[in-house]
Design a protein around this ligand. Structure first.
Ligand code: SF4
Length: 722
């Protein structure tokens, strides 16, 4: 029996786990009592992780060797790694030669480790010369990133989990923390027991488990968050609750913001948001006058056409009330995926460069080029997630490399994604499980290692970097994601830069040592940056995971940012961002009279390729259902369990209806996880569509390019049985 310390691969809480294994078999998992993210606790998903490694591979077969489809719709046939990567590099080189570097794109994932991300980013921007690399983190955190950069000068959550214990007000917005970040929610419950002064405010259109546990639930109408936050600031100004001394010493732009919120009176807010004036006043008072206010927020703010504005309006409240840079206070975005933050650290998105450098900044491009030993990196904006699949559907991108994610299920605009996968000349999918909808459309399937086998690092919501370590060897011919990328990159650079020293001097067969050499290159690139981690090493974070920044001279990482009142902007002052409320992209109307919101279940993860292998995880919610208010059911002559068509402007799915007073009248809720094996569907063009995202819109926030997965206008009609 062997024990290996590693990290949970599900959510951004980033809990430490101890994996028990016997030879090449994982036999158990338990929480790591020494890990500061969870101190031994695990939620239901985390505590059943070992079962995902041992579940009978019936529906969810592991991919164990490279496979190639000779033609679309055909059965994939086994090939060697040499054949697979030879074919891929030949095709990429040809397409780049004929159409230029922007004719290829890489779509990666917040499930990848930082080392995987680093190599993919260097492959795209350094070797190929395209910024067409984006991540499913675009669907998750990019609005939080954009607002942090605008307001505070850097993509750096200022607070930490310890602040939960020190807050007197926890303001939760657009997050069902109890289900999406369960171990953190247990900590909130403990804090409430320890601190009788602690008040919890929750802003959410639904009465989720989190909202039900709050002292005050603001059940605002979907998409009205900016009006609510601006209205709270209006009240704070009126009541004299703003911190003029903090504003004068540490910020800019307050006069413009004051003008912006002048008309956001309680009457207007009550009407637009659908909440009472009394609740608005209480929320503003608790936020501004508590000794320390910590806000926790997630996809309810991020997945919106106003995502950046929502985030910025909430940060404005922290700056105006001085609730930042001190214990128990600050705006704290909760990361959805286990390594969305690590991906941003290495610049693995279309708009970023390594170590939080910006693609649009010529100095930053020159710095990265120098680090990589190149004359330059491209300045052309890359395609973000939605744009990348649109470009492939339009024939502009001709080869797609997809790693560790399932866009054929998880992306909005499903018809476009399907067209992109059909039209691209080459679709390469690098995956652990061969069962995703995207695998069905791949020309080349490359087997990757998964949790329990991988080696590298991840960064959680509080900027803490932890090691992910292998407990068992890779099964079959599966390889680490970074090793696949390195092998492919070397073959491609032999075609694109023959005779030149390699840009990828890492040993693809060296396991942990290979990953560590990539990490060390990334580490060196952070020197002097806001996320400087030159003081960390694999050895250090293996024994004690650390929070960035941790420069070379530091003896430990940094728990809390901006405690000296200096922000990461050029002049050290935080910037108020004056934003106006905008309605959702697709307001409900007579033909589509319901607001459909989507969200997570407690015991499932993303498209279920992993959590769906564990029968026990279906005990909480066994099957898909659309939740509606009992009044709406009665008005439509529906009874619980009836089958209904849920139809948006993009598609339609059939599923049972469930009565729920957690959703307000004229709203409906559907969990995001259910894919094609659970939900069929048809678009107007008769194409098969994949689950919930047959309905969602690809409209996105103009700043963050994050799509509005949280809201679509739908109609719900009883399905006639044949
Ligand atoms: Fe894993 Fe998140 Fe649960 Fe922790 S809270 S065990 S990281 S799923």
């Amino acid at each position: 029996m062997k024990e290996t310390r590693s990290t949970c691969p599900y959510c951004g809480v980033g809990c430490g786990v101890v994996i028990e294994s016997d030879g090449d078999r994982i036999t158990g998992v338990r929480g790591d009592p020494r890990h500061p993210a969870n101190f031994g606790r695990l939620c239901t998903k985390g505590s059943t992780l070992h079962l995902t490694a041992t579940a009978p591979v019936t529906r969810h077969a592991r991919l164990l060797q490279p496979m190639r489809r000779e033609h679309r719709g055909g059965r994939p046939q086994p090939v060697t790694w040499d054949q697979a990567l030879g074919f891929a590099s030949d095709t990429f080189a040809r397409i780049i030669g004929e159409h230029g570097p922007d004719a290829v794109g890489f779509y990666v994932s917040g499930q990848l480790l930082t080392e995987d991300y680093y190599v993919f980013n260097k492959l795209a921007k350094g070797l190929v010369g395209t910024n067409n690399i984006d991540s499913n983190s675009r669907l998750c955190m990019s609005s939080a990133v954009a607002a942090y950069q605008l307001a505070l000068g850097a993509d750096a959550p200022p607070a930490c989990y310890d602040d939960v214990d020190q807050a007197d007000c926890i303001f939760i917005a657009g997050s069902n923390t109890a289900w999406a970040h369960p171990v953190l929610f247990r900590r909130i419950e403990d804090a409430r027991t320890a601190n009788p002064r602690l008040k919890i405010v929750c802003c959410d259109p639904r009465r989720t488990e989190t909202a039900a546990a709050a002292d005050l639930h603001l059940a605002l109408l979907p998409g009205t968050d900016v009006m609510l936050f601006n209205g709270m600031l209006h009240v704070m100004l009126w009541e004299g609750w703003v911190r003029q001394d903090f504003i004068a010493a540490h910020t800019t732009g307050f006069d413009e913001l004051k003008a912006q919120v002048r008309d956001c009176t309680p009457d207007v807010v009550a009407q637009v948001c659908g909440i009472s004036k009394e609740d608005l006043l209480t929320a503003a008072r608790l936020f501004a006058t508590s000794a320390a206010t910590l806000s926790l927020y997630c996809q309810g703010l991020n997945q919106s056409t106003s995502g950046t504005a929502k985030n910025a309006a909430l940060i404005n409240l922290h700056l105006a009330s001085g609730q930042i840079g001190k214990p128990g206070a600050g705006p704290f975005s909760l990361t959805g995926q286990p390594n969305a933050m690590g991906g941003r650290e290495v610049g693995g998105m279309a708009s970023l460069l390594s170590a939080h450098r910006n693609l649009a900044n010529a100095e930053h491009r020159a710095e990265v080029a120098a680090l990589w030993g190149l004359p330059g990196v491209p300045d052309r904006p890359g395609k973000t997630a939605v744009e990348m699949f649109q470009a492939a559907a339009d024939g502009e991108i001709k080869a797609l490399w997809i790693a560790c994610t399932n866009p054929a299920q998880s992306m909005p605009g499903q018809a476009t994604v399907r067209r992109a996968l059909e039209r691209a000349e080459l679709v390469v999918v690098q995956e652990a499980f061969a069962t995703t909808a995207t695998c069905d459309r791949a020309d080349l399937l490359l087997p990757a290692t998964t949790w329990g086998e991988k080696t590298g690092t991840v960064t959680n919501s509080e900027r803490r970097i932890s090691r992910v370590r292998p407990a068992v060897p890779a099964p079959g011919q599966a390889r680490h994601d970074w090793a696949v990328a390195v092998d492919f990159a070397r073959r491609l650079e032999a075609r694109l830069r023959p005779g030149r020293p390699t840009l990828f001097p890492y040993d693809a067969d060296a396991g942990c040592a290979g990953a560590e050499s990539i990490w060390n290159e990334h580490r060196a690139s952070t020197r002097g940056r806001d996320l400087d981690i030159t003081g960390m090493s694999y050895a250090l974070i293996e024994s004690a995971p650390q929070q960035w920044p941790m420069p070379a001279a530091a003896s430990a990482g940094t728990a809390r940012l901006y405690q000296d009142g200096r922000f990461a902007t050029g002049d050290g002052r935080a910037r108020f961002v004056a934003v106006a409320w905008q309605p959702v992209a697709e307001p409900r109307e007579a033909r589509y009279p319901f607001s459909l919101t989507t969200g997570r279940l407690r015991d499932q993860w993303h498209g279920m390729s992993r959590s769906g292998t564990v029968g026990r995880l279906f005990g909480h919610v066994p099957e898909p259902a659309v939740e509606m208010h009992p009044q709406d059911l009665a008005r439509r002559g529906l009874r619980e369990g009836d089958l209904v068509h849920v139809t948006s402007r993009r598609g339609s799915i059939v599923l049972p209806v469930q009565a729920s007073d957690e959703v307000a009248p004229s709203q409906a809720f559907l969990a995001m996880h259910w894919g094609p094996e659970f939900l069929g569907g048809q678009s107007g063009a008769g194409q098969p569509l994949a689950g919930v995202n047959a309905l969602t819109t690809a409209a996105f926030c103009p700043q963050s390019k994050q799509p509005e997965l949280k809201h679509a206008a739908v109609k719900i009609l009883k399905a006639e049985l044949p």
